[in-house]
Design a binder for this molecule. Structure first.
Ligand SMILES: NC(=O)c1ccc[n+]([C@@H]2O[C@H](COP(=O)([O-])OP(=O)(O)OC[C@H]3O[C@@H](n4cnc5c(N)ncnc54)[C@H](OP(=O)(O)O)[C@@H]3O)[C@@H](O)[C@H]2O)c1
Length: 326
């Protein structure tokens, strides 16, 4: 396994992060089997992955609990456990968002579910329009002061919001976000026009989510056939929305390059991300053991500038992405 420093920090993370959203039962496409989830986590650790990404909202705490039980036997000092806060965790007031109250309540709950004394990377899952960013940053700062959190990060939002959070942290002397988790893959490149220039300028670590566009970039779907029941696209609108003419053209280029190199489209898709200088660790989301083994194989793939251009040629990144008014 290769390791890198996360953004400008000294924190060592594997070049692939294990996404833990599949470990749970909230959606029909999730694993819904703790034993099988645990086998994937164990194998990831064997392969050298030390970086795990979950969230309080993934199956409403179930993912954090599964991760917590699975990592009990590992050396905690080597692990980098990331989780998130923001999404609604129950009915009624104060069960969602980035208020001081909700952040402190949810950090405590995540620590309990993860069975750990501290979270390595605590991320805000989205921007909260109804809470001043100063309140959010001061709550996160407090968690760091208390030793409950080691680093703070953010996820999908508009670049002006992320920039505001960074300059507010600087002015008020709060801990800065050291890492950003954007949606980023070969068919979803809109963040090249939004958050990624901020990350490059501010030396922020980048850990892309959905590196295979929800499975679309594995090449297992057919332009002319409906997805079958065993694959995420059969029930997941996110993956289904990737089935556009432009995206099929990107996938054609990826599949051709995969054939030429004796690799798989999934490996080329992840390798494309690994070749971006600002990307620290794509967050892979295997649902099966063979997915994990295959996706880790992306680390062995080298792409030329010409191959990268072929992958990027069919689609121009646009912000905001089609169908979204941000
Ligand atoms: N910050 C955020 O808002 C946000 C949002 C989404 C995700 N995330 C994070 O990013 C992680 C990864 O996201 P993702 O699950 O959407 O990643 P992804 O890699 O784009 O999609 C994963 C899905 O693709 C299929 N797949 C993966 N590898 C495969 C392979 N080698 N061959 C065939 N199929 C394969 C599996 O679905 P099927 O087998 O069912 O087809 C799997 O569930 C999550 O676990 C989470 O930690 C964060």
């Amino acid at each position: 396994m290769e390791y890198t420093r996360l953004g400008s920090t000294g924190l060592e993370v594997s070049r692939l992060c294990l996404g833990c959203m599949n470990f749970g039962s909230d959606e029909p496409w999730m694993i819904d089997d703790e034993e099988r989830s645990r086998e994937i986590i164990d194998r990831a650790r064997e392969l050298g992955i030390n970086f795990f990404d979950t969230a309080n909202v993934y199956s409403y705490g179930e993912s954090e609990e599964i991760v917590g039980r699975a990592v009990e036997s590992f050396d905690r000092d080597e692990l980098v456990i990331a989780t998130k806060v923001y999404s609604r965790m129950g009915e009624g007031p104060n069960k969602q968002g980035l208020s001081r109250k909700h952040i402190l309540d949810q950090c405590k709950a995540s620590l309990e579910r993860l069975g750990t004394d501290y979270i390595d990377l605590y991320q805000i899952h989205r921007w909260d329009d109804r809470t001043p960013i100063e309140e959010t940053l001061s709550a996160l700062d407090y968690l760091i002061e208390e030793g409950l959190v080691r680093y703070v990060g953010a996820s999908t939002m508009a670049s002006w919001q992320f920039s505001k959070a960074l300059y507010t942290a600087d002015i008020e002397d709060y801990e800065r976000f050291t890492c950003l988790q954007p949606e980023y893959n070969a068919v979803d490149r809109h963040e090249e026009r939004n958050l990624l220039p901020v990350c490059a300028d501010q030396d922020i670590g980048v850990i892309p989510w959905s590196p295979l566009a929800g499975g679309f970039l594995t090449g297992k779907y057919d332009r002319d056939a409906d997805p079958d029941g065993d694959n995420r696209a059969a029930t997941d609108e996110y993956t289904q929305a990737r089935f556009t003419d432009e995206n099929w053209d990107v996938l054609d280029a990826i599949s051709e390059i995969a054939d030429e190199k004796g690799k798989t489209p999934a490996q080329i898709g992840i390798a494309w991300l690994l070749h971006k200088d600002l990307v620290d660790a794509p967050i892979i989301g295997p649902r099966r053991m063979d997915h994990l083994e295959e996706n880790v194989g992306a680390l062995e793939v080298s792409l030329t500038d010409e191959e990268i251009e072929r992958i990027e040629a069919p689609k121009r990144p646009v912000w905001p992405p089609a169908g979204k008014d941000r």
